[in-house]
Design a protein around this ligand. Structure first.
Ligand SMILES: N[C@@H](CCC[C@H](N)C(=O)O)C(=O)O
Length: 296
């Protein structure tokens, strides 16, 4: 057979969209080519990423399998180019929504394993009846807390047609560089069709967030995601952006909350005690079906 016929579910979190592939007992070995096909918006299904839903004890990576006592299900996250990512904040909410809908978990607290450790999603119902998912993303850190460049900047970021801007590197389990744009620039006019050029270039690449303040505790953001390109939202990126702004104005206060507007919607970021961070927002499952995926 030249094709594998796979079940899939399409979902998104603030329009950061994913193809979920259930592989509960870890029998699939999705190649980079197959992931790229699933994520392809013309030849395949289309998505910023592909999430394989697999029992944690069946994961290939020993570090992930070690999380099985904490979380029965592993979010095996792949970027649209096939690369593996440690974490996806929007993906965790969509993953939680899928586990809940499929009856693979019970209750309102949904643990999940990721390459960046176990995470916990808590589901609540808003006054409009819609479910919201708050995920403890776990610990975060500044990559260069003592960067010699001072003022909390450690990277120079080059964007087309603009002077080089200073950026701050944060680790949310996956890598981010946050850049504040001057007020004179319209965030929506910035060309993100190519990756911003980072100096120094992080060894494993980075997601780059462009931000502008809208008011106290409120910012807007666009993002260029590692392994994808521009996306309409990035959950870990929203958390990185809010944490960068909190860090620039002193240390984040416990429970300090920021609203982050992205092209695909709005996310809430809350600093938790012990240098942890929470991300809250919606999740939608929009289609289910089967797809013929070329082998290879
Ligand atoms: N969209 C995600 C992040 C997905 C992974 C990222 N592209 C990476 O390579 O680190 C999010 O919502 O956090």
């Amino acid at each position: 057979m030249t094709h594998e016929n796979l079940a899939f579910t399409k979902g998104h979190g603030t329009e950061n969209d994913f193809v979920l592939v259930p592989d509960l007992d870890g029998e699939l070995d999705l190649s980079d080519v197959q992931v790229r096909f699933l994520a392809d918006r013309r030849a395949g299904l289309g998505g910023d990423g592909v999430i394989r839903v697999v029992r944690t004890e069946k994961a290939d990576e020993p570090d992930v399998r070690a999380l099985a006592p904490e979380a029965e299900w592993f979010m095996d996250y792949r970027n649209a180019d096939g690369s593996r990512a440690e974490m996806c904040g929007n993906g965790t909410r969509v993953f939680a929504a899928y586990l809940l809908r499929e009856g693979l978990v019970s209750g309102r607290r949904i643990p999940m394993a990721t390459r960046a450790g176990a995470k916990m999603a808590v589901v609540s119902e808003g006054s409009n009846g819609e479910l919201s998912y708050a995920v403890d993303l776990g610990p975060w850190r500044l990559v260069h807390p003592d960067a010699p460049t001072g003022q909390g900047y450690d990277t120079l970021v080059a964007l087309p047609g603009m002077d080089t801007l200073p950026g701050l590197s944060l680790d949310l389990g996956n890598p981010h560089v946050v850049v504040v744009l001057p007020e004179s620039v319209d965030l929506m006019d910035v060309d993100l069709t190519h990756p911003p050029v980072l100096n120094p270039a992080p060894e494993s690449g980075a997601n780059v967030e462009l931000v502008q303040m809208l008011g106290p505790g409120h910012l807007q953001m666009r993002v260029h995601e590692r392994g994808v390109g521009e996306t309409r939202s990035c959950g870990t990126g929203a958390a990185a952006a809010a944490l960068a702004l909190m860090s620039w104005s002193g240390a984040p206060a416990d429970h300090e909350e920021w609203r982050v507007d992205v092209p695909g919607g709005t996310l809430l970021v809350r600093a938790l005690p012990g240098q942890r961070v929470e991300l809250a927002g919606p999740a939608a499952l929009v289609a289910d079906g089967r797809v013929d995926v070329p082998r290879g």
